[in-house]
Design a binder for this molecule. Sequence first.
Ligand code: MTE
Length: 319
Amino acid sequence: MLIRSSTANPILPSEITSEALFQSRRDWLKTAMAVGGVAALPALSACSVEAQGVKLAGVKANPLYLVNDEKLNKADEFKNYCNFYEFGTDKSDPPVMAKSLKTRPWTIAVEGEVLKPQVFDIDALYKLAPLEERVYRFRCVEAWSMVVPWVGFSLAELIKKVEPKGNAKFVEFVTLADKSQMPGLRSSVLDWPYVEGLRMDEAMNPLTLLTVGAFGEMLAPQNGAPVRLVVPWKYGFKSGKSIVKIRFVEKEPKTAWVKSGPEEYGFYSNVNPMVDHPRWSQASERRIGEFSKRKTLMFNGYADQVASMYAGMDLKKFF
Ligand code: MTE
């Protein structure tokens, strides 16, 4: 991203703030219990709550989405190495700074060029479609990657409910920007709120996951609780965290990273080993937890499912 460095260094054991993480889980649990969120969620059962996090019960693994020959990352790697600039620009900031993020009450307004605009309460959102676990590769633009078992359902399930009109060509995702909770908003590193966008066909692609959990638990605040996007064939910054609004629009949305550096971050941002970032190569990546680099795969390994959406497009121009 804008911040230089970090691509060369894999996570070190010394960077893992296990005590802080433990405390953050305790605080989060206390919050969840206090507002009754745990009891209110149909997929959760109070007795499944453990000190490690709030477990999501009744989630079935979807065998269509597996990464067979690659090892899962560890939950601690995922939770301790984060980009969430609203809580600071260092990878170790969000696990500490986001622990007080209030995720109940929480609503997502779905609006714009749709026949049935709706405001979903987060607990109602859990009931919209069966939650499933999907193992996806996740590739950050900074040339590191992880393999994560996410929990959620295809965004298409939500889109169908609001019935987009014919002129809805793009979908814009607006994430929380609350100065009282997010110290990073004092910095002008991005034009807040963090906004991301997809073309309508990308948003409808079954791979695009509206995500509420990972590693069998509700998302930790630093990973985008209570709801985020995961778009596994695109660089990680397309996966907006802590979403509050989904808007259907006619024109390509002005996204936070494109606004901040249009020559470095394109609207499409499909993982493409043949198109380098102006400041570094995208041909390879470091899997967090591994020492040597591995080759980056076209569309992050999801070409069979997504390449046809870009047939005839010059992917160097539309990077
Ligand atoms: N969403 C918001 N709201 N703010 C952010 O700073 N960072 C993005 C993305 N979503 C970001 C965000 C980037 S750069 C990455 S790589 C991923 O979140 C990181 O997600 P992870 O911490 O779950 O790996």
